[in-house]
Structures are given as C-alpha cells and as structure tokens.
Ligand binder design. Structure first.
Ligand code: IYR
Length: 219
C-alpha cells in the first residue's frame, strides 16, 4: 500500500489570490529571451535555488527524469561553443531549408554563439529516457512533457531571481553528452545560458498573441 500523508495547502484569501496572480502575470510578461549577455558573475545560490525549483516539477510516475548540469568552467564553455558553432554553421549554411531560415530572420540569429563563452553559467538540461537498476532498464513515462514542465519552472525561477536566460537548442546536441561526460540514458534537452544582459542588449520587437487568441472559454 502507498503511504499517504496529509496535504499541506496554504488556502489564500481572495484578495491575496488576486494580487499574487496579477503580480506574477506582470513579472512574467517582462521575461525576454536574450542573446547579448554580460560576463558579470552570478551568485551560485541563485542557480541552485532555481534548479531546486525546477526539480519540484510534477513528472510522469514521479520519475523525475531530468539532470541539470551547471557549467561555469571557461574551458568547458569554450568546448561547448566550438561544438555548437560547428553544428550551427552547417545548419545555417546548408542544412536549414529556406522556409526555416525565413522563420528565423526576425531574430537576426546566425551560426555564431559568443554567449556560450560570455555567460557566467550554462545550465544543460538532460532528459533521462530510462532508469537503470544495475543493467536493467526501467521505463520512464512522459519524459518530454515532464522535462518541458521542469524547464518552464526553471526559466520562471531564474527570471524571478532577476536573471536573464536564452533557450538554446543547437542541433544536433549530441556533443553535449560527450563534452559533459553523461551516461547513455541521458539525452540533451535544452541548453540554457544564464546571466545578466549586456548593458547595450537589444531584443527583437516581438508581440505575444492577445489572450483572446490563446484562451478559449467554453460556454
Ligand atoms: N538553433 C539555431 C536556430 C534557431 C532555431 C529556432 I526554432 C529559434 O527560435 C532560434 C534559433 C540557433 O540557435 O541559431
């Protein structure tokens, strides 16, 4: 029989619910993905707290199929930059079809990824496709959904801590397994550079869809 314990649930008064929900909405509306980072150091405590928040995410069968690798070593960051740029150069120069290049045009991205050297921290998120009990493989359920939710919490926590992030997916990402020496059951999911924006950082002027376009309320 599973062990059950009483739920701890803080019931808020309606006024607090309303203020908090609006405050969080406003804080999150200010989050922007950035590519111009400052080398200014970031307290490790902020990274640790954000990862602990991410690791509190719900997951399929509570298997917590994630590993967050924190990289601050300049040499490892540089290896990651070189490997990412080699893949991205191929992508931009020959692998991406014109339709994809057109979709990326508003962001002004190219194969060069200097932020991978500049950022004080890179958080590399791995998905754990199956568990290992000795040689026996344990099936994991809803890995993509679980790790996606954890990454959402991670980005929110970092933003709330006053840090800027980029959701970076150099493709293919297999080089991260080698450089970071991860086991075969872990696959790179997302590379998140974290830091402060450069003083002259710019972001594309991109609107979010209005609520009426993303929310449908059935009657
Ligand atoms: N990973 C590449 C290309 C890229 C793809 C998408 I979809 C983006 O939203 C942004 C970039 C790069 O990092 O340049």
């Amino acid at each position: 029989m599973p062990e059950f314990i009483p739920l701890h649930f803080d019931r808020l008064d309606p006024a607090t619910q309303s203020t908090r929900s609006l405050e969080f909405r406003q804080i999150m509306a200010q989050r922007r993905t950035i590519r111009d980072f400052s080398p200014e150091p970031v307290p490790f405590e902020l990274i640790e707290n954000a990862i602990a928040t991410a690791a509190s995410a719900p997951s399929g069968a509570n298997q917590q199929p994630w590993r967050f690798v924190v990289v601050s070593d300049a040499e490892i960051k540089h290896q990651i930059r070189l490997a990412a740029e080699a893949e991205e150069r191929e992508n931009y120069e020959s692998r991406f079809p014109q339709e994809w290049l057109d979709a990326l045009a508003p962001f002004g991205t190219n194969w060069e990824k200097p932020f991978l050297d500049i950022c004080p921290y890179l958080i590399v998120v791995f998905r754990i496709d199956y568990g290992l009990d000795g040689d026996r493989k344990i099936k994991h359920y809803y890995v993509q959904e679980s790790v996606g939710i954890a990454c959402g919490l991670l980005l929110s926590a970092l933003h709330l801590a006053g840090l800027a992030t980029l959701t970076h997916t150099p493709s293919p990402m297999g080089f991260l397994t080698q450089i970071l020496n991860r086991p075969a059951n872990e696959r790179p999911f997302l590379l998140i550079p974290v830091g402060y924006p450069a003083p002259d950082a710019q972001v594309p002027a991109l609107p979010k869809k209005p609520l009426s376009e993303v929310m449908t309320v059935t009657s």
